[in-house]
Design a protein around this ligand. Structure first.
Ligand SMILES: NC(=O)C1=CN([C@@H]2O[C@H](COP(=O)(O)OP(=O)(O)OC[C@H]3O[C@@H](n4cnc5c(N)ncnc54)[C@H](O)[C@@H]3O)[C@@H](O)[C@H]2O)C=CC1
Length: 291
C-alpha cells in the first residue's frame, strides 16, 4: 500500500515514516513541493504520488502564534485541509485527516464524544474545526481523527521541553488544572496504518466520519511532567520537583480547554483500534531519548 502524507518533518509524519516498514510505503510531501496554502501545489503533488490513501498530517500547529495570525492558520488548517480532501476525492482515494481536542471548549465534565458540541476557545481550534468541516463536505470517503497532547522523539513537544529544562532546573511550575490524554505520535502512526489498511478495502459507512484517538488514561500537564521526570530519574537524571500551578498563573495568548479528554469508544467499536496506556508510551519515548 502506498500512503501519501502531507508534511516532511512533523511528529506524525516522522512517526509514519518510521513505522511504515513493510506494511506501507510512506510518501512524505511538504514544502516547497506541496504547500497546504496553495491548492494547485496540493493537487499536483498528490496526483504525482499515485497513492492508495492520503493522510493530512501537516498543520499550522503554533497554537499561541495563531491568535495573532488567524488568517495564516485558516489558510493552512481550514483551506489547506479542504484542498487535500478535494484532491483526494478527485483522485478517488480515501483521506485520513488529523484534528485536535482544541475543537472543544473544555467545559464538559466527562471525556468528549465525537458528537458533543464543539466550541473552540482559540484561533487554532477554530481553524482546525473549519478544516474538519471542509474535509467532510468535500469527500464522502473521509476519516477525521481527533487526537491530543502529542509527543514523540521528533520535533518540538512537551516531553522534549521537560527533558531539556530538567537539565538545568531543580524545580518547575507546571499547570495542574488542565486534563487530557498524552498521546505518542508513534502510537498515532501505528493506528493510522491500521485504519488506512481497513479503509481501502472496506466501504462500510461505520468506518467513515469523526473518531477520537488518544493515548489511554488521563493526566494533567503536571502529572505528565512528573511521569517524564520519574522515568528520566530511573535513567540516571537528577530529580526535578514539580510545583502544581493553576492555568491562571501561567498566562498564554491562547486559552486552552480545562478538560481535553477524548472518549475513544467509537474508534474501538468501529476499528478495534485502541492506543496504549499513556505512561507506557512515555516510558518508551524517554528510553529512546535517554538511552
Ligand atoms: N502537536 C500536538 O500536540 C497536537 C497535534 N494535533 C494535530 O496533529 C497533526 C500532526 O501534528 P504534529 O505532527 O504534532 O505537528 P508538527 O508541528 O510536528 O508538524 C507539522 C508539519 O506541518 C508542516 N506544515 C506547516 N505548514 C505547512 C504548509 N503550509 N504546507 C505544508 N506543510 C506544512 C510543518 O512543516 C511540519 O512538518 C496536526 O494536524 C495537528 O493539528 C492534534 C492535537 C495535538
Amino acid at each position: 500500500m502506498r500512503i501519501a502524507v502531507t508534511g516532511l518533518q512533523g511528529q506524525v509524519v516522522a512517526s509514519l515514516l518510521e513505522r511504515g516498514g513493510s506494511r506501507a510505503q510512506i510518501i512524505a510531501l511538504g514544502r516547497p513541493q506541496l504547500d497546504l496554502s496553495d491548492a494547485s501545489s496540493v493537487s499536483a503533488a498528490l496526483e504525482t504520488a499515485r497513492c492508495d490513501v492520503i493522510v493530512n498530517a501537516a498543520a499550522y500547529t503554533a497554537v499561541d502564534k495563531a491568535e495573532s495570525d488567524e488568517d495564516g492558520a485558516m489558510r493552512v488548517n481550514a483551506a489547506g485541509a479542504g484542498h487535500v480532501a478535494r484532491s483526494a476525492a478527485a483522485l478517488g482515494v480515501p483521506v485520513l485527516h488529523i484534528s485536535t481536542d482544541y475543537v472543544f471548549d473544555g467545559a464538559l465534565e466527562r471525556p468528549y464524544r465525537e458528537d458533543d458540541a464543539t466550541g473552540p476557545t482559540g484561533a487554532y481550534g477554530r481553524s482546525k474545526l473549519e478544516g474538519e468541516q471542509r474535509v467532510l463536505a468535500a469527500h464522502p470517503d473521509a476519516v477525521v481523527l481527533r487526537t491530543a497532547w502529542v509527543y514523540s522523539p521528533f520535533g518540538a513537544n512537551f516531553l522534549k521541553t521537560m527533558l531539556r529544562l530538567g537539565e538545568t532546573r531543580e524545580e518547575l511550575g507546571v499547570v495542574a488544572d488542565q486534563i487530557g490524554n498524552p498521546t505518542s505520535a508513534l502510537d498515532i502512526a501505528d493506528a493510522v496504518l491500521e485504519i488506512a489498511t481497513r479503509i481501502v478495502v472496506d466501504p462500510s459507512p461505520a468506518l467513515r466520519g469523526v473518531f477520537h484517538m488518544t493515548g489511554q488514561g488521563e493526566a494533567s500537564w503536571a502529572d505528565f511532567a512528573e511521569e517524564i521526570f520519574g522515568q528520566a530519574q530511573r535513567r540516571g537524571r537528577k530529580p526535578v520537583r514539580i510545583n502544581r500551578i493553576a492555568t491562571a498563573d501561567y498566562p498564554t495568548p491562547a486559552r486552552r480547554p480545562a478538560n481535553s479528554r477524548l472518549d475513544n469508544s467509537k474508534l474501538r467499536q468501529a476499528y478495534g483500534v485502541i492506543l496504549p496506556q499513556w505512561r507506557d508510551s512515555v516510558s518508551d519515548c524517554v528510553a529512546r531519548l535517554l538511552p
